[in-house]
Design a protein around this ligand. Structure first.
Ligand SMILES: O=C(O)C(=O)C[C@H](O)[C@H](O)COP(=O)(O)O
Length: 211
């Protein structure tokens, strides 16, 4: 019970960067996921910040077998269930609540919840969660803060997200308690809007070579 680490860990360790995507047009989802997978980033996080998100998740799940589609910005149990129903293979939340823990408990679609403070991490550990998002990474204290967490929480593995860029991703990935980072830079809004898939594949290739 608790977190489905067996399902989540391979996704997190499979690539150094998980693209965080804000998609306005679900019609762009399939070529976007293909472009990222072609560059070596099969796992993607589609944030529930737009109306198009659930349709985008559904389209990628059914049409892009080489991708591993995840959902992001899931704030409650209802949204977790909607992501699962749409075909998400993992679900990411910026924080963690008892309601989300209950919804995801023992489920085959793993939850990656966000934590920052020691007390939040301890509460997550009590629920059986060892793989956590660290959000908002840059604003919360960045590399130095995460490094300090490694001593008391040596078994916890993080995916820092928020303010991560090609310039600092390597510093995060060098930490022993970081397995991957999340970032929006691999799928710039204007490139998605104009359908510049070659640029996105090139950015994905660079990101896949980090760490
Ligand atoms: O919506 C969520 O649940 C998020 O995860 C927010 C993300 O962390 C940022 O959108 C990514 O941050 P940047 O890479 O700095 O653009």
């Amino acid at each position: 019970m608790g977190q489905n680490v067996a399902a989540l860990a391979p996704i997190m360790t499979g690539q150094p960067v998980i693209p965080v995507i804000v998609i306005e047009d679900a019609g762009k989802a399939v070529p976007l996921a293909r472009a990222l997978a072609a560059g070596g980033l099969p796992a993607v996080e589609i944030t529930l910040r737009t109306e198009a998100a659930l349709d985008a998740i559904e389209a990628i799940a059914s049409e892009v077998p080489e991708a591993v589609v995840g959902a992001g910005t899931a704030l409650n149990a209802k949204q977790y269930e909607a992501c699962r129903a749409a075909g998400a293979r993992f679900v990411v939340s910026p924080g963690f609540t008892p309601e989300l823990a209950e919804a995801a408990d023992g489920a085959n679609v793993p939850l990656l919840p966000g934590c920052v403070t020691s007390s939040e991490i301890m509460a997550a550990l009590e629920e059986g969660y060892t793989h956590l998002k660290f959000f908002p990474a840059g604003q919360a204290g960045g590399v130095a803060y995460l490094k300090a967490l490694a001593s008391p929480f040596s078994a916890v593995r993080f995916c820092p997200t928020g303010g991560v860029s090609p310039d600092n991703a390597g510093d995060y990935l060098d930490l022993p308690n970081v397995v991957c980072v999340g970032g929006s830079w691999v799928a710039p809004k204007e490139a998605v809007a104009s359908g510049d898939w070659d640029r996105i594949t090139a950015l994905a290739k660079e990101a896949a070579g980090l760490g």
